[in-house]
Ligand binder design. Structure first.
Ligand code: AHG
Ligand code: MN
Ligand code: MN
Length: 352
């Protein structure tokens, strides 16, 4: 028998894939875990690699442009929205431990026929975020949130009930940003970790361990085209950031893909805001599969995420595609926002 000593000093010993990381995390934090969550996560990573392969070659595969129909949100579906959605439904559908899924692209929650009843997870996702940017080669992403199937839930129960859980119930949350590189960021409640897809080996490899959001940044991120229709306290808050009254002048960065704007905010700090507008008085972003996963990641990295009237993760969901205002950022920017959010806020010279 030949006994191999692992080369722990060699360059390759530093390669930690997302699967290895998840298993190590489970061993560390849930010693009796059955590896069921890492099996679920491998469904998500596989689906995102399938999507990434299409995104990278979009212009060559006639996948650009619209699929010709409108989704439940009333938004024109891009062909890649449909592809990304199908990839996730398929890859999660073949995992027996997934009981129910909910997608931005499907009006109703999805269950799987013939399940032998072992499903214990509910997975919510935005299969392709920022998809209107695809045709102009701007970063897009996939966002996911994992919940536990409620105790005592049976196939007789309405699956929507299992989906409508507040963000505090999330077991895990993550996103993949298809940008200049493809990066997966996830949390299971024990810190936030980032993995870069290495195309030469087809694996997500640990590249950003234990990400912490800077307490103060230099960017604010909002679609200022809607400035006139933001509620006054949001206009005053942004004016304060712009004025230099905080001791630094903030610059505006806005990509128009939540995943890309949030990823920058997570790594560089600052604040992202999608306030209520006349067009979307409840806010535009969806609570369950955009705001909640982003909020869990932000809080796990030391940041904060507000709906404008409280923590995003405390908002009680009433419908699958419910929208919410989203303000998410570092400690300093969010403490300042809370000041402006308070009804008693009186305008200071920095406000306009
Ligand atoms: P999706 O492509 O999944 O519908 O999401 C688009 C969202 C989000 O990615 C982004 O932050 C926001 O739309 C941008 O909205 P505006 O174009 O109104 O700024
Ligand atoms: Mn989206
Ligand atoms: Mn989308």
């Amino acid at each position: 028998m030949k006994n191999v000593t692992l080369d722990t000093a060699g360059a390759d010993s530093t390669i930690i894939t997302v699967q290895q990381h998840i298993l190590a995390e489970q061993r560390k934090h849930s010693p009796h875990a059955s590896g069921s969550f890492s099996w679920l996560l491998s469904g998500i990573t596989l689906a995102t690699k399938m999507t990434e392969a299409r995104v990278r070659r979009a212009g060559l595969l006639d996948v650009l442009g619209t699929a010709g129909n409108v989704n439940v949100q009333g938004e024109v579906q891009q062909k890649l929205d449909v592809y990304a959605d199908r990839a996730l439904v398929h890859c999660l559908g073949v995992r027996e431990n997934v009981a129910i899924i909910a997608s931005e692209e499907s009006e109703e929650a999805i269950t799987f026929d013939g399940r032998s009843g072992h499903g214990k997870y509910v997975v919510l996702f935005d299969p392709l975020d920022g998809s209107s940017n695809l045709d102009v080669n701007v970063s897009v992403g996939t966002i996911f949130s994992v919940l536990r199937l409620p105790e005592g839930f049976t196939s007789e129960d309405n699956p929507t009930k299992a989906v409508l859980q507040p963000g505090t119930e999330q077991l895990a949350a993550g996103y993949v940003v298809y940008g200049s590189s493809t990066i997966m960021v996830y949390t299971t409640g024990h810190g936030v970790h980032g993995f870069t897809l290495d195309p030469s080996i087809g694996a997500y490899v640990l590249s950003h361990e234990n990400i912490r959001m800077p307490e103060q940044g230099t960017y604010y991120s909002s679609n200022d085209a809607y400035w006139d229709t933001f509620p006054a306290e949001y206009r005053e808050y942004i004016a304060h950031l712009r004025s230099g009254a905080t001791g630094r002048r903030y610059a505006l960065r806005y990509i128009g893909s939540l995943v890309a704007d949030f990823h920058r905010t997570l790594l560089r700090g600052g604040v992202f805001l999608y306030p209520p507008t006349d067009k979307n008085p409840e806010g535009k972003l969806r609570l369950l599969y955009e705001a909640n996963p982003v909020a869990m990641i932000a809080e796990q990295a030391g940041g904060f995420a507000s709906s404008g009237s409280g923590r995003i993760v405390d908002v009680p969901p009433t419908e699958i595609h419910q929208r919410t205002p989203l303000i998410v950022g570092g400690k300093e920017e969010m403490e300042l926002f809370e000041e402006y959010c308070k009804p008693a806020h009186s305008c200071t010279p920095a406000c306009v």
